[in-house]
Design a protein around this ligand. Structure first.
Ligand SMILES: [Zn+2]
Length: 170
């Protein structure tokens, strides 16, 4: 993975770093750095049998369909991050529901590709007007039998995940 691609000097004191692709250590100030997957949250919002998907406005995977959500901020509780991201991207106030699982994926391409750990929750719309914003260009409700084609989904975890959702429909 690519967190440390291009890292040569300590960001705290500018001394030359030691280490490998998994961790770096600064012999001058003692700082240690570890490569982690970036935690992100995603929402499965279902209403009247239809699921809310968001078309990505920016790279990576611009133009493709994604579940609404995004990266957690430092120290942020996952469900708070889910509320914040959904408000930013959809205009909806949501209530997080059942935790559906973790989905490891990648973000971007090339040597600096990032590893992302997605935390996926069910979520219900509580209030607000639907309005695509932030890094979303369009929002749409999809019934189980009219979901996007596999190659119209962003990232890799989504197509199998959405097939799993559609297959469980009554
Ligand atoms: Zn240092």
């Amino acid at each position: 993975m690519g967190v440390f691609v291009g890292w040569k000097y300590c960001p705290r004191c500018s001394a030359e770093l030691q280490g490998d692709t998994a961790s770096k250590k600064c012999p001058s100030c003692g700082s240690a750095y570890y490569a982690h997957s970036a935690p992100a949250v995603s929402a499965l919002v279902v209403e009247d049998g239809r699921v809310l998907l968001a078309r990505r406005a920016f790279e990576p995977d611009a133009g493709l369909w994604d579940t609404p959500g995004g990266f957690l901020e430092e120290g942020e509780e996952p469900q708070e991050g889910l509320r914040r991201e959904l408000k930013e991207e959809t205009g909806f106030e949501i209530e997080p529901g059942r935790f559906l699982g973790t989905y490891l994926d990648t973000y971007g391409e090339g040597p600096t590709v990032a590893s992302v750990l997605n935390l996926v929750y069910e979520a219900a719309v509580v209030s607000g007007e639907m309005h695509a914003a932030d890094d979303v260009s369009e929002l749409r409700w999809f019934a189980a039998d009219e979901l996007p084609a596999d190659d119209e989904y962003a990232f890799r975890w989504l197509a199998p995940f959405m097939h799993g959702w559609a297959d469980k429909r009554p």
